[in-house]
Ligand binder design. Sequence first.
Ligand code: TAP
Length: 479
Amino acid sequence: MPTFEYAPAPESRAVVDLQSSYGLFINGEFVDGGGTSFKSISPATEEVLAEVSEATDADIDKAVAAARSAYTRVWSRMSGADRGKYLYRIARILQERAREFAVLETLDNGKPIKESRDVDVPIAAAHFFYHAGWADKLEYASLGTNPRPHGVVGQIIPWNFPLLMLAWKIAPALATGNTVVLKPAETTPLTALLFAEVCQQAELPPGVVNIVTGSGPTGQAIVDHPGIDKIAFTGSTGVGKMIARSIAGTRKKATLELGGKAANIVFDDAPIDQAVEGIVNGIFFNQGHVCCAGSRLLVQESIADEFDRRLKRRLGTLRVGDPLDKNTDVGAINSRAQLDRIVALTDVGEGEGAVRWDSGCALPTKGFWFRPTIFTGVSQTHRIAQEEIFGPVLSVLTFRTPQEAVAKANNTPYGLSAGIWTEKGSRILWMADQLKAGVVWANTFNQFDPTSPFGGYKESGYGREGGRHGLEAYVKTGA
Ligand code: TAP
């Protein structure tokens, strides 16, 4: 298979002031953790970007104590209007430092700069603006009788949208009067630590936001900590189930945003080229590291061959490579471990008899890469039709009738999102009603907006993020 070498664009890196090591952010200050450190590497080049502290249980104690103190002394007593001012300030600083955030996100995560620049960072800022607006209007949010914050919220996020998932978590928590202890994923801690600088710059009262870095056990220590009132988790269904078990029988509340295996359904009356673009966006955006990725294409049998031809032609034009290059469409796989998972599951797909095709493009010699790949001849029982691959891999199934499309789309343990491509408005409404998915897009895909609630059914979790519904997760009501 062809390979190539590239020199990462040095001029765009210059906007980021990378430190060689980072501590934890507790009580408004960067402090050394009491434990060891781990390396955050660039998945596109395998170079070490920084050493990052691994928080110990004692560090989690300190972070929770700081969050409790800030909650009791300052944040829960502050008016909503004043809390809103801090959120507006954070939003504006995110905009001002957008380029820095975009480059750092791309370095640490491997996603194309055009995505971090045009999607991750602007939508993160939009979440702070949106929730700033709610902070002094919570009485109009229909949150039930006497809504009050939970107190100290433990927040654990994944590596696929590091800054954006942080914004989805921190903005509503702060707007509703909670303080937080947040853990970013081990492979992508750097934009969360840059966000800590933003908190300092915005003069957010110390302890309102605490960022503790580390791996799974650090997350588990947050979940188990007796000083935590609520857990907000985004990640895999497996870890979500462990968290639900850990807090069962305690006073802790939880919201879980978990995995997905979305069907993107194309009917024979859909504008075919537009649908091809939607399918490509649905699964190859962010290398397919997307919980709501349209990882299953359900295409109506009468257009399946033509669709397959056009889809493959389009995949041949996708540019895979240097994530800092503005023309790159598909960046690096986030980690070697994730690449190994993708390779293993796609090998299973081939072993089970599905037909594999990839774009054949050249890949860089260093880093973690996977070619845009399609499997045809996939049956519903194949593991690649059931399990989340979380990579640039599309499983194609066919259907004849809308009823069959619905049955196949719903035949998964997940229920996060779905897409429908058709000219018929009545069919869109019928399908949206039948599909067991938290989000249904019609003639588009991967549209995100802070005003719109996002979340799953079935094993995709519970609770919503965004919109008025997202606020509900951060308040308790009643006497
Ligand atoms: P996970 O392995 O579940 O990790 C998510 C977070 O949990 C990371 O910070 C991880 O730390 C931490 N963690 C691991 N073990 C833990 C434990 N025992 N207790 C507490 N925390 C623990 O998921 P991932 O691989 O990072 O992310 C991919 C998954 O997230 C996919 O399934 C995807 O669908 C899902 N996701 C869902 C959504 C929504 S909105 N539904 C959005 C994005 C992603 P380390 O990274 O340090 O191990």
